[in-house]
Ligand binder design. Structure first.
Ligand code: SAH
Ligand code: SF4
Length: 380
């Protein structure tokens, strides 16, 4: 067997250029190949017709362009599409595409970024499972196996773009990326940042920083590092208005409590491409959805320019939680709005294919032993 092939999906443009230089190839050749891979979705070097035949042959011998294999591909009645990718034995990750509006000439209306005629959002996973154990999250319940590689993260966008172009979504089917799939993106920092670089690169997907959102449960030091190395839009999973409750449902809060988290949000805003942080707040009936919680939240968030995104809890088997009633959600929203905040409620999309927030389960060969522990506790 020869040496393993270099998967070029692992490289951002500087990385690919360095690799080409090692091969004795010119930087502009790397750029050409990078464009073939990400803009044309080409994985066959033989088809890269503007490269010398000798280079095409060399690449075929040394390299490959390989996204994770697709295990399942489901289409919801509302147009939402979900892919399950295989990432090793017993491990699968999920990616969700959420179209809104109709692609006209296939181009997003960039003249007005906030109300495009068409928006295609891809929700991307960053880890196999998640080690952070938020109590209401199906991914967290599944345990953790490993970080995804750059090729596995960008491979989700690469594959989706190729398939969606074929499905008639135009030349730019994905206009927005949210790192809100499985995993905590900032716990896989280096690979996520390299993947972000590729998303933003004009020679690849050319997404604007405002249209790429990292969602974090609040890893404070990594939030600072993200601001330094690759500031994109930031969403923070708040979910509770005080430390006592947040300690319980978002356990990372015990390490980085609210005061530190909010200070990190303020620091991030100094470099962020948007002038607000999005605070995500999952609505759990009887747990965090009372008017008193909304009042506390309004007070807490005063120091951070922000918008609230309320997420109706999406149930899964044995979660132990239920979704807040429509009335509670409305009251909660009204308290925040009266306090002067912009509040949106996330529409549930793709729930007929289990593609809604927090329902992404994929397949996780857990290495933490947590699932067993939990079952033992319940049966004890
Ligand atoms: N780990 C990151 C990003 C992935 S989760 C984070 O926690 O921010 C994306 C969003 O979905 C987060 O706000 C998360 O708290 C929320 N979420 C998790 N489980 C959910 C569920 N069952 N229903 C609704 N939202 C959920
Ligand atoms: Fe991990 Fe986010 Fe789920 Fe928490 S909500 S367990 S951080 S994926």
């Amino acid at each position: 067997m020869g040496p393993a092939l270099q998967n070029l999906l692992n490289f951002d443009l500087p990385g690919l250029t360095a690799w080409f230089t090692e091969l004795g190839e010119k930087p502009f050749r790397a750029r050409q190949v990078f464009r073939w891979i990400h803009q044309q979705g080409e994985s066959d070097f033989a088809q890269m017709t503007d490269l010398a035949k000798s280079l095409r042959e060399k690449l075929t011998q040394l390299a490959e362009v390989r996204g994770p294999p697709v295990k399942a591909d489901k289409l919801s009645a509302d147009g939402t599409r979900k892919w399950l990718f295989e990432v090793g034995v017993g491990n699968g990750i999920e990616t969700v595409f959420i179209p809104e509006g109709v692609p006209s000439s296939g181009e997003a209306d960039d003249a007005d970024e906030d109300s495009p005629r068409y928006r295609g959002t891809l929700c991307v996973s960053s880890q196999v499972g998640c080690a952070l154990e938020c109590t209401f999250c199906s991914t967290g319940r599944q345990g953790f196996n490993r970080n995804l590689t750059v090729a596995e993260i960008i491979g989700q966008l690469w594959h989706a773009s190729r398939e969606l172009k074929r499905a008639g979504y135009g030349e730019r089917p994905v206009t927005n990326v949210v790192l809100m799939g499985m995993g905590e993106p900032l716990a896989n920092f280096d690979n996520v940042v390299t993947a972000l670089d590729i998303m933003l690169d004009d020679h690849a997907y050319g997404l604007s920083r405002r249209r790429v959102t990292v969602s974090t449960s609040g890893l404070v030091p990594a939030m600072d590092r993200l601001g330094e190395s690759c500031p994109v839009a930031l969403a923070v999973s708040l979910h509770a208005p005080n430390d006592a409750l947040r300690d319980e449902i978002v356990p990372i809060n015990r390490k980085y409590p609210l005061k530190e988290l909010l200070a990190a949000c303020r620091r991030y805003l100094a470099v962020a491409p948007r002038d607000f942080i999005t605070f995500e707040y999952v609505m759990l009936a009887g747990v965090n959805d009372k008017p008193e919680h909304a009042r506390q939240l309004a007070e807490l968030a005063r120091a951070v320019p922000c918008k609230f995104n309320l997420i109706p809890f999406n149930p899964f088997a044995d979660s132990g939680y239920t979704t807040s009633s429509a009335d509670s959600q409305r009251q909660f929203r009204d308290v925040l709005q009266r306090a002067g905040y912009v509040v949106t409620t996330r529409k549930t999309r793709g729930d007929d294919i289990d593609a809604a927030c927090g329902q992404l389960a994929g397949q996780v060969a857990d290495k933490t032993g947590r699932v067993m522990k939990r079952i033992n506790r319940e049966t004890a």
